[in-house]
Design a protein around this ligand. Structure first.
Ligand code: ASP
Length: 329
């Protein structure tokens, strides 16, 4: 990144201070994003470590990025102790667990499902939508019907799983619905991978916001909002309050910033900055972005501290703290 661009970004951080003088703690960007590797995989939050291991088993043997991200996020979907991905997730306010997922490859092929119930692996349905239909997105009852007709089956266990049902019944007493996101209860998995042949793919899957209005769909299954890949440029994925990503076409915007020369970290910073400008008075809205370019550089940026991501390369297998704009009070 040029010095001019770096200085410009620091002054943008200054603009962040103007938005919220008390809480802004904008962290400066890395002036020289020199870490490059290939193959590599990054994914959101701590559950990304296990998901990356799933993806890595494909990548290390020379496999395709698309197979890697599908296998990787399926690990998280399979974990019934995860409260915001897969059928172990929290329900909507009517007590139904509804799942959103999408997948996208190097050549801009993509598939997506939203408001899907009772299917363990929505990411597999998303890939099947991509490969077997002329469409990109199927939702709700229609998505489930199509999945059942195409080799998927309904889960045979109780959904919500018993501990989640218990929490839901407690929640019902007050029925307080808050869209505020915090690190404990919102942790969609978004994953980006670059394979040994230099091809990129991404996947994103979630049970969405806990106790959401029935029918609500977030950013995660929306191509351009919760995930975007362009094999000429790179990719991005997101986590946090999905409405903010939809309003700004968040992940598509990150990729477009990289197309104009921004580093992955700068591109994530730019969109976080834009989101804050659009929501100047909003407190407690966590949003985090991850990006990777075709050179294998990667980075993340979030509104609040606490967002981290899992990184796997041939030499590294660790969590990385994303930079952030504000600290929690
Ligand atoms: N982005 C997801 C949604 O809005 C939630 C999350 O990341 O936890 O549905």
């Amino acid at each position: 990144m040029s010095r001019r661009r770096f200085l410009k970004n620091l002054s943008l951080a200054g603009a962040g201070l103007a938005i919220n003088p008390l809480k802004s703690a904008a962290q400066p960007l890395n002036p020289d994003p020199s870490i490059k590797d290939n193959p590599l995989v990054i994914s959101t939050w701590i559950h990304g470590m296990e998901a990356n291991a799933g993806a890595w088993s494909v990548l290390e043997s020379g496999g395709d990025a698309l197979d890697a991200v599908q296998k990787g996020v399926a690990v998280t979907e399979n974990d019934l102790n995860n409260r915001s991905v897969g059928l172990g997730g929290r329900p909507d306010r009517d007590g139904h667990v509804t799942l959103d997922a999408c997948i996208m490859d190097h050549d801009s092929r993509c598939g997506s499902v939203a408001f899907l119930e009772d299917i363990i692996h929505p990411i597999d349905v998303a890939r099947a939508v991509m490969e077997k239909t002329p469409h990109v997105m199927l939702v709700g009852e229609g998505a489930q019907k199509w999945a059942l007709e195409n080799g998927f089956s309904k889960a045979t266990f109780e959904v919500p799983v018993p501990p989640v049902q218990k929490d839901y019944e407690e929640w019902l007493i007050k029925s307080e619905y808050k869209t505020g996101v915090n690190v404990e209860n919102h942790d969609t998995i978004g994953m980006l991978a670059l394979d040994a042949s230099g091809r990129m793919a991404g996947a994103c899957t979630t049970s969405g916001m806990a106790y959401k209005i029935r029918g609500r769909v977030g950013d995660s299954p929306i191509i351009g909002a919760g995930l975007f890949i362009d094999g000429d440029v790179g990719g991005a994925t997101a986590t946090g309050v999905g409405e903010a990503m939809i309003r700004t076409a968040g992940c598509a915007s990150v990729v477009e910033s990289m197309r104009r020369g921004a580093s992955p970290e700068e591109a994530c910073y730019d969109i976080v900055q834009r989101i804050l400008k659009k929501h100047p008075g909003v407190n407690g809205m966590q949003v985090g972005f991850l990006a990777m370019n075709m050179q294998g550089e990667y980075g993340g940026y979030s509104v609040y501290n606490g967002f981290n991501y899992a990184l796997r390369t041939k030499d590294r297998n660790e969590m990385v703290d994303a930079k952030y704009m504000r600290t929690w009070e």
